[in-house]
Design a protein around this ligand. Sequence first.
Ligand code: COA
Length: 217
Amino acid sequence: MGRARRARCALLHGHHGVRAATRLHLLMTAKTLVSERLTLRPWHVDDAPAALEIYGHAEVTRWLSPEMDQVADKAAMRLLLQQWAAESARLPAAAGRWAIERTADGLLIGGAVLLPLPPGEEDLEIGWHLRPDVWGNGYATEATHVLARWAFQHDVNEVFAVIRPANTRAATTMRNNGMHWVGETTKYFGVELQVFRLRQADLDPAAPASSRPPGDD
Ligand SMILES: CC(C)(COP(=O)(O)OP(=O)(O)OC[C@H]1O[C@@H](n2cnc3c(N)ncnc32)[C@H](O)[C@@H]1OP(=O)(O)O)[C@@H](O)C(=O)NCCC(=O)NCCS
């Protein structure tokens, strides 16, 4: 996989000639990604109470890698959000952590990540953490597609999801959103994980149909 490009000016491609103030605005807002029902935006420390509905929930944290304890309270959640903000400055251009808002009512429904996977930090992981009361609405699939398109615009050729073998719900999500099975490994976090991969062609809705024989719908 090509390394995610670090040049921040990539965010400004296609906007030559705009005034300096507009450019600054673009830089600050470029990481907000919008899909049909969702707005993926940077986290704010004030999101702590809503974030606790996600990261304070054992049904979410039990599946995360690296292993993560359930966040105990709002103060701990604020600290974690501050830590994420501090780390984000060191990430490659395509990488990041997003809060996922349901656009219709502004509810913070989850978090999503694009993060370099250890130990090599060359593979980019895509991950989703949704509050359990919104599972089953196709939000993870929608977030996958908008995040993958963002990554592919930044010289990333493929993104990987890593999940625990018992996380059958997540495995179904991978298969339904076009990801392909790669195999099992312990190389990332020292625990057995299933690896799925998504490439640009997997996002192209014309690709699967066009490769089928005529009449084979
Ligand atoms: C795994 C996880 C992200 C899946 O979230 P999700 O939004 O339910 O997943 P999907 O996008 O695949 O949604 C598919 C479901 O929505 C339903 N659905 C409803 N409307 C839909 C729509 N418009 N489009 C697609 N699916 C839709 C599908 O029928 C399917 O239902 P089912 O689960 O009853 O079969 C979520 O369970 C989660 O956050 N788990 C904890 C953390 C975790 O394990 N993360 C993975 C490792 S990083």
